[in-house]
Unconditional design. Structure first.
Length: 430
């Protein structure tokens, strides 16, 4: 039988849960806030920790607020809407500083304050909406936490206003489409110039009737439309344009294109602050040789080139490299790009080359496989952009144990209302 107990929540964990202690064990409760006194039901118990489900708030924390989203707590997207944004910033600051100090030995005074978002709502420029035809009608929204049950959503408070307007249109169009039961997902995106694009995933044997049905509707709205029948290589244009654009630098004419269905940071305003922070951390760049690993379509490479650096960008997704090369030409910049996995580029193409600075922005899994090659290459400085503090500190350990030292770090909040955070860590030899 699952037991119930009371606990006071003392902190927040990376992952979003509130943290308390009971009978010598750490207790994790989703949806809790520091300062809460609550009753929970045990859903999993191990030797050192308990995972609990919140039953009753006995004494709500002063850090709480009423979440504005009617499906918060059921939708799997946001974890922290119930927290005042100032407290979200505080705990994200604590989380990144604790990871760096406890697991990588980084002094707390080297961690600068988190760059909080100026807008905590309406910031997401790309959103995937799950769809399902049910006996009671067509639903379009997000998966319920821990399941594939689709919660119907009329609007998302963290999505850009343009995306919510497009969501309203598709919620009207798709139920009357030729194949509503064959549409599992719709991806909506808006760029820095207000252009909208939709990718409708279609599992019908013949998607043409759906394309014919949607084309005049999206054309009237000035929206790009693509259909996808499976993997990304099945993406087919119904109506262009082919690209969206970001402006990665404040008060600059630099304009970078990315393909419909391609990757760009979801928080465009905070991405500008991230790029700006990286340029400041890089310092004087004129004449310096820089290697940008996991470079994508040039989000860091081309601002670095604009600042006077000689840049080599590496990315294993070849369409992104094609886009990076086009972006360089379109902006009158010179940079060299390689379509390779980072490890292969370091062990083959670039093995004998030398760089003053290496920038890396790996996926959530981190860069464990290339750390030995970074130690062999031994650039004077490394700038590590991370979206997961656990894999960040794992990768930092062999660097700081083999002649590098952390000279500074800070978090950047690209994802308000969630526990996710980006960070920038600076290392140098000696």
């Amino acid at each position: 039988m699952l037991r119930e107990a009371e606990v006071r929540i003392e902190a927040l964990a990376y992952g979003g849960s509130g943290v308390g202690r009971l009978e010598g064990k750490v207790v994790f409760v989703a949806g809790a806030a520091p300062g809460d006194v609550l009753r929970f039901r045990t859903i999993r118990e191990k030797k050192q920790f308990i995972e609990g489900e919140l039953i009753t708030l006995l004494q709500p924390s002063s850090e709480r607020r009423v979440a504005p989203c009617p499906v918060f707590g059921r939708c799997g997207g946001c974890q922290w809407q119930h927290l005042l944004y100032t407290r979200q910033v505080y705990w994200k600051d604590r989380i990144i500083a604790d990871f760096l100090s406890r697991q990588a030995g980084v002094s707390a005074d080297l961690v600068k304050p988190l760059l909080a978002a100026e807008d905590e709502w309406g910031y997401r420029s790309r959103v995937q909406f799950k769809c399902r035809q049910t006996p009671t009608g067509f639903v379009m929204g997000f998966y319920r936490r821990g399941s594939h049950f689709v919660i119907d959503v009329a609007a998302c408070p963290i999505a850009a206003p343009e995306i919510n307007r497009a969501l309203t249109l598709f919620r009207t169009w798709l139920p009357a489409s030729p194949c509503p039961d064959a549409i599992p997902q719709v991806d909506l995106a808006v760029d820095d110039e207000g252009h909208l694009a939709a990718v409708v995933h279609c599992l019908a044997a013949d998607p043409q009737p759906l394309a014919d049905y949607l084309a005049p509707r999206v054309r009237e709205q000035g929206m790009a439309l693509y259909l996808q029948r499976g993997r990304k290589d099945t993406l087919a244009e119904v109506q262009g344009p082919e690209e969206l654009y970001i402006h990665p630098l404040p008060q600059s004419s630099l304009r970078l294109a990315y393909a419909i269905g391609g990757f760009a940071q979801v928080n465009l305003a905070q991405n500008r602050r991230l790029v700006d922070a990286l340029l400041h951390a890089a310092g004087e760049l004129s004449g310096k040789r820089i290697l940008d690993l996991y470079c994508g379509m040039g989000n860091f490479s081309l601002p670095l080139a604009l600042a006077g650096a000689e840049v080599v960008g590496v990315e294993d997704f070849s369409p992104a490299i094609v886009q990076a090369e086009r972006n360089a030409v379109a902006n009158g910049l010179s940079a060299r790009f390689l379509s390779r996995p980072a490890l292969r580029a370091l062990t083959h193409d670039l093995r004998t080359e030398r760089f003053d600075l290496v920038v890396l922005d790996p996926p959530r899994a981190g860069a464990r496989d290339i750390v030995p090659e970074l130690l062999r290459l031994r650039p004077a400085r490394i700038l590590y952009v991370s979206c997961d503090p656990a894999t960040l500190v794992r990768d930092l350990k062999p660097l700081v144990h083999n002649g590098y030292r952390v000279t500074g770090a800070r978090g950047i909040d690209l994802f308000p209302q969630t526990y996710h955070l980006e960070s920038l860590t600076c290392l140098q030899t000696g």
